[in-house]
Design a protein around this ligand. Structure first.
Ligand SMILES: Nc1ncnc2c1ncn2[C@@H]1O[C@H](COP(=O)(O)OP(=O)(O)OP(=O)(O)O)[C@@H](O)[C@H]1O
Ligand SMILES: [Mg+2]
Length: 492
């Protein structure tokens, strides 16, 4: 028995076959994982199955009826998109129930009634916020859970589709979500779960479908396969999960020295970074790692302490100075802070070096084109051309453009803040290799902030643990997981 059955789905974008004649179906009471590299077509598929996109070819049947003809059948599907699309300046309760009419609120909407109705949902999802708080003021993890709570408000849905729901969830919130998803499954609803995190897929799903380059390449019951099988299907090759990527050319030369730095969210932090070294920063969300690096950049205040980079006393509080003198920070929230989404790849690169490209008569388009093409070639960005709007590139390819852009500014210290959030296993290895090359071949000092313990241990030459804004440990790359974990949860 199938609740949704799609056949021969083809979806085209300019220069790209996003989906190539895909057949897929979902059964009640089953959790169906979908996996594939960035840009494989997962989100596009979900959008075709929820009525957001109309495919060029193919059919979508819901309970045996043609949904492309009867659009109201798509109401049977609860959909949580990959990007957070809540209203930041509205309250938690308002976000949960908008549009109110559909949520059963008639006539003038009473704030108190909304807030009362919100409480049990917040309790169910264990979201630690008040119904009247503005969404922009709650944590990203809470926002992601709220988005899922909202999608499931109308209990008459039969399929729940979650597009990478855990990218910004803390470990604890991921467990809360999984418990809820299992409950939903036990109510005999179908669940579709997209994730790049293989452990999650194996922990949660019943069946798995693998996509590569717009095509469905494999399907199996989860019990019949293992992680190496999934990776092989996804990438068409073997990816060695145990390969390490730390720099083999760490010098003795201190490139960066931070002494007793104190700001709003970090206290008395000192460390040294060598030329050619990859230095990992481990810690829980909120431990102050991003704040520390943003303060050095000049975005956040520093109350006390000093920074020296390449022999220079650092001028704090001045991001322009920092970037010009070689300290570059690549932010965690790639889509919000790292890119100008509606501009092309070319423009996203050239904004960083406008002073070099501009003259009294304007910006040299020839130089701009050359620069963009150079980044595309050097960092192997997968795109039809440099004119594609960067928001339509997959996450991994956006990240490569951002790294390429940073390199045009000739950095001495590069900070990667959660560089592989939402990035597939194959592309992850490419990003790790890139970090290693930058450290080894260009002598750049790299700071890696990551919440993934495996990532930190694979890539770093040394690891610093922060807890509640304080440095609580410094470990060699060979240190074991438990030791580092104890430090970052404050029991080290
Ligand atoms: N609105 C759009 N306009 C143009 N091209 C698009 C658009 N949306 C997606 N694409 C392209 O279609 C292909 C499939 O993209 P899609 O977002 O479905 O991949 P995905 O598997 O969800 O990747 P990720 O893991 O990064 O989320 C990619 O090549 C992407 O660049
Ligand atoms: Mg996607």
């Amino acid at each position: 028995m199938k609740v949704l059955e799609a056949t021969g789905i083809t979806k085209l974008f300019p220069g790209v076959v996003a989906l190539d004649s895909v057949d897929i179906s979902f059964e009640p009471g089953q959790i169906h994982a979908i996996i594939g590299e960035n840009g494989a077509g997962k989100s596009t598929l979900i959008k075709c199955l929820t009525g957001v996109y109309v495919p060029e070819e193919g059919s979508v049947e819901i309970n045996g009826q043609d949904a492309l003809k009867n659009k109201e059948l798509f109401d049977k599907i609860a959909y949580v998109p990959q990007e957070i699309d809540l209203f930041g300046y509205m309250s938690v309760a308002e976000n949960l129930f908008i549009p109110y009419e559909k949520s059963g609120f008639k006539g003038m909407v009473n704030q108190k009634a909304l807030e009362e109705a919100a409480r049990p949902l917040l309790a169910k999802f264990q979201i630690p916020v008040e119904p009247d708080e503005l969404v922009k003021d709650i944590s990203v993890s809470s926002q992601q859970l709220l988005q899922i709570a909202r999608a499931t408000v109308h209990e008459d849905y039969e399929v729940l589709m979650l597009d990478e729901p855990t990218t910004s969830l803390t470990t604890k919130d991921t467990q809360i979500l999984f418990d809820i998803v299992r409950q939903i499954k036990s109510q005999n609803k179908a669940v579709v779960f997209i994730s790049h995190k293989l452990e999650e897929i194996f922990a949660l799903s019943d069946v798995i479908t693998v996509f590569r380059n717009g095509k469905k390449v494999a399907y199996s019951e989860i019990g019949q396969v293992d992680i190496p099988w999934v990776i092989r299907q996804m990438t068409g090759r073997e990816v060695d999960q145990n390969q390490v990527f730390c720099s083999e050319k760490v010098t003795d030369e201190v490139l960066m020295e931070v002494n007793d730095l104190t700001g709003e969210r970090f206290t008395d932090v000192s460390f040294q970074l060598k030329r050619g070294e990859i230095l990992g920063f481990s810690g829980l969300v909120g431990a102050g790692r991003s704040e520390l690096m943003q303060a050095i950049l000049g975005y956040l205040p520093v109350y006390k302490g000093t920074v020296r980079i390449d022999g220079e006393n650092w001028k704090l509080g001045d991001p322009t100075f920092s970037v010009k003198h070689g300290y570059i920070y690549l932010p965690e929230e790639r889509k919000k802070q790292g890119i100008l989404p509606v501009l092309s790849i070319r423009e996203n690169i050239s904004v960083a070096v406008l002073d070099r490209l501009a003259s009294a008569t304007g910006i040299s388009r020839k130089k701009e084109d050359e620069l963009a093409q150079n980044v595309i070639d050097t960092y192997d960005v997968k795109t039809p051309d440099a004119e594609k709007e960067i928001q339509f590139l997959s996450g991994g390819n956006q990240q490569k453009v951002i790294i390429g852009r940073a390199m045009t500014c000739e950095p001495k210290v590069l900070v990667f803040d959660e560089p592989t959030k939402g990035i597939d296993v194959g592309t992850k290895a490419e990003i790790y290799r890139l970090m290693k090359e930058l450290a080894e071949q260009k002598g750049i000092g790299i700071i890696l902030i990551s919440s993934e313990m495996d990532e930190i241990r694979k890539c770093s030459n040394r690891i610093i643990a922060l807890y509640d804004g304080r440095k609580v440990g410094e470990f060699p790359a060979t240190a074991d997981k438990e030791e580092i974990l104890s430090a970052i949860i404050g029991v080290g």
